[in-house]
Write a protein that binds this ligand. Structure first.
Ligand SMILES: C[S@@+](CC[C@H](N)C(=O)[O-])C[C@H]1O[C@@H](n2cnc3c(N)ncnc32)[C@H](O)[C@@H]1O
Length: 248
């Protein structure tokens, strides 16, 4: 069977429930782009998965609707909500249309590690622009395209350290310019469900074409819990986080 986000949803939800330093870091750097107090804000969480970001936003006071293409992910989000209520609500919907969300009804759209999964980025950004109020913001994280490209990996040994340091293996870039769908061959990897690789200029160009203005961008260093799990990641930002504003 070919893996999809829906077929791996049970596994994904269980991994996050046990605690995933990588996903908690991705959630936290998205939250860092936002005010602490979100009371009264209406937020759509695009590609909410099992709700890790949506729950955190709701606990800061926002009214949150998480949407995801995967019914099984949405089922897990409701299970988590039933266990620890936050007020977040969830709907199966395609982020490329956001058909369940009215025009100009959201102060903010968040997209944690999901824009890199939508098949049609242009359509997703048009849908985000449609549902946002004028001046509303899109806050998103994506795997850093420069370091998480198809075929990225770890070089067997360091050749350029002075003095040589055989303990430090370096990241290999992979096929940065090969845009499109790819999936990790790692049967235990999160991206065995696939991922749409796009270059930085494709992301930024699509945002500019849709009329968004860049407000903030960050490439945070991995924190201690993530470095403890994956020491080779030290010195590399696994994610890119950004905030863009809908003009007018
Ligand atoms: C890496 S997971 C991230 C989930 C969650 N935001 C998190 O941080 O754990 C990517 C999610 O994007 C969802 N997704 C992929 N394509 C989508 C689309 N067109 N519309 C809505 N969700 C989509 C997948 O079903 C999956 O739940």
């Amino acid at each position: 069977m070919t893996d999809t986000w829906d077929t791996i949803a049970d596994w994904y939800a269980e991994r996050l429930r046990k605690g995933s330093a990588m996903h908690e870091f991705a959630r936290d750097i998205l939250l860092e782009q936002m005010p602490d107090d979100l009371t009264g804000l209406r937020i759509v969480d695009l590609g909410c998965g099992e709700g890790i970001v949506a729950r955190a936003l709701a606990l800061r006071g926002a009214g949150v609707r998480g949407v995801d293409l995967s019914p099984r992910m949405i089922a897990h989000a409701w299970i988590a909500e039933a266990e620890h209520p936050t007020g977040a609500v969830y709907t199966v919907d395609d982020g490329c249309s956001l058909a369940t969300i009215g025009d100009g009804t959201a102060d903010c759209v968040t997209a944690g590690l999901s824009l890199n999964n939508v098949v049609d980025l242009k359509a997703a950004l048009a849908a985000v622009e449609r549902v946002l109020l004028p001046g509303g913001r899109l806050v998103f994280t994506i795997p850093h395209p420069c370091f998480e490209a198809p075929g990225a990996g770890w070089a067997p040994e360091t050749v350029d350290d002075d003095p040589p340091d055989s303990r430090r293996r370096r990241r290999t870039v992979g096929d940065y310019l090969s845009e499109g769908f790819w999936r990790s061959g790692n049967p235990e990897g999160f991206r065995r469900a696939g991922n749409q690789h796009r270059t930085l200029s494709t992301y930024l160009g699509a945002l500019l074409d849709q009329g968004f203005a860049l407000e903030a961008i960050a490439e945070p260093a991995p924190p201690e819990p993530l470095r403890a799990e994956q020491p080779l990641r030290e010195g590399l930002p696994p994610f890119l986080a950004a905030t863009v504003r809908r003009e007018g």
